[in-house]
Each structure stands twice: as C-alpha cells, then as structure tokens.
Design a protein around this ligand. Structure first.
Ligand code: ZN
Length: 147
C-alpha cells in the first residue's frame, strides 16, 4: 500500500490546534468494547471548532465514529449551511486510524474537494500524521445527480 502524502502548503498552526482539540475530545471516548479512543475536530467556515469522540454500543453496529459524531454535532449547533474547511482525527492508542468509508462519505457532503483531513497513518511503531484532501480520501464517492 502506498503511504499517504503529507501536504506542506496547509497552515500547520490551524491543523495543530485541531489535532489538540481532537485529542482532548478523545479523552471522553466511550469505548468499553474496543478500548480504541478516538477524537475528531472540525474547523468550520465560520471559524468555529467542533469536536466529538467515538461512542460505542453493546450491539457494536450502532457505534458511531468520532468524525460523524462531530459532523452531526456541528450541524445541530450551527445549522445545515455549515462547511468544514479542515478536519483532524486522533486516537489515544498510538496507531493508524484513517477515517472509515462511512465517515469519508459523510464528511465529503460538507467539505469542498480540496479541504483537508489529517489523521494518524503508518504502521506499528511508525505512526505519523497524514494530511490529505477529502477528494483524495474519497475518490468516486457517492454523489446523487438526478439530471
Ligand atoms: Zn468512521
């Protein structure tokens, strides 16, 4: 598998602040089944940062990821017109955790194609932070065009 590219033309301070906010949210993770503690932070076009964590469920399938929880929270708090200009995902388990396919699709609905997502990537013992555009993370995402 090709290793993710890391962009250098993004404002690093903004991404670092997002990563710190995501890490803080991960401390609240409800993950008694996996122990996998994830946090996500979204920078909105209105300048606000919205965070969330993963919330597991005994039925497993009803678990919601930190990324989608943050997006739902952002819409609930600021309305349906929000746009996500950058997103950060972290975990407290020192392992790679790119956003899952469901989260990529949900984030893409609220992100311009060149908006970026940073996340832990790599293999055991060599986890780094990758930053990719949502278009790179979700090529050929579902996009309903009725015409
Ligand atoms: Zn997910």
């Amino acid at each position: 598998m090709e290793s993710p590219k890391t962009r250098t033309n993004q404002p690093e301070p903004a991404l670092e602040a997002l990563q710190m906010a995501a890490k803080q949210a991960a401390l609240n993770s409800y993950s008694p089944y996996s122990g996998f503690r994830v946090g996500a932070a979204l920078l909105l076009s209105n300048g606000e940062i919205v965070t969330a964590t993963n919330v597991e469920n005994t039925s497993y399938g009803l678990t919601i990821c930190a990324e989608r929880a943050a997006l739902v929270r952002a819409v609930a708090q600021y309305g349906p017109e929000i746009r996500v200009v950058a997103a950060a995902v972290v975990n407290l388990n020192d392992t790679a955790s790119p956003p899952c396919g469901a989260c990529r699709q949900v984030l893409a609905e609220f992100m311009d194609p060149d908006a970026v997502v940073s996340f832990p990537a790599g293999s055991e013992g060599a986890v780094t932070t990758a930053t990719l555009s949502i278009a790179e993370l979700l090529p050929f995402g579902f996009d309903m065009k009725l015409k």
